[in-house]
Design a protein. Sequence first.
Length: 334
Amino acid sequence: MRGPFGVLVALLLVGLTAAPAGAAAPSPAPWDAARSAALAACPATVDLYDTEGRPLARPLPRGTRLLIEIQADRPNVLALGAHDLNRAVELVLSAPATETAPLLINVDTALLDDRFTWFVPQVRSIGGGLPGELMWHFPTAERVLLLGPRPPGVIFAPGADVRIAPSPPPSPSPVPPSPSPVPSPAPSVSPPAGGATPGLPGGLPPGWTPARLAPRRHQAAGAARTGGPDHAVLLAHLAGASVPAVRFPVELSCGPSPSAVPSPSASPPAEPSAHAPGGTVPGPEASPTPETVSAHLAALALRPVTWFGVALLLAGLALLVWITAGRRAFRRNF
């Protein structure tokens, strides 16, 4: 019986040492990945011009101010590489993007190994108004770190860890000399909002605060594990800022009649009450439907088989063989 016991111990050691480091990393839900792939396949409809109306060639020069022509009654799709996005210091829209003419910005991060540090540009419409309805889409990104002011619109990055750096603390103003002989206390500088938190693996300095992500099932504490495209948006904002959760525009597509893209600058519409006529609206606390359960099972079935799982399976078989052999030996002896 020492043989099966030794095999069992060896398999357990192999399973513990061969477990991949990223086996427990969260993966996007099937509807997130499908929705992102559909948006990434939208053909670009926006050409690149500077604010003087001259066409621009890629790669863009540093300090570029982009003029984006918004066409009415259709989705406006702008395709940019991550390098070009960081070279733009300002995006000027010819008209505010609307519900019937939203702006979708597809950002390709493949050349940066899908780890993007984003220097957020200024975004406005001609005349200084709000830019309106727009979405920043990072279909393949794994990590997005925002530096600068929070961009308007919605950030959709289903497979990325999205974080935003807090605003730097204000510099203390000099204290005027006091006529009293008693010295004035030095002004104190309050620390950044959010306090010191562990940095992002791979280079986020201590003291930076991760962005609050809302609503994300595997990152929101206490959130119900319900499913649906409504709950797949990542809204990155400054820690401590009160920004309402937004919902993903499931109707947004390359077709002629898109719906509105939620924007943090606009207040979200009030949801109908459960007691109001017209029925209820499924929210984050809705019970899972058979479709969502089947989608979760399909996602689990599509996960890659790891050495850790194979080792556990073989260990279970070895344990079964060991127990069976022990019973037979016990019966033979007695």
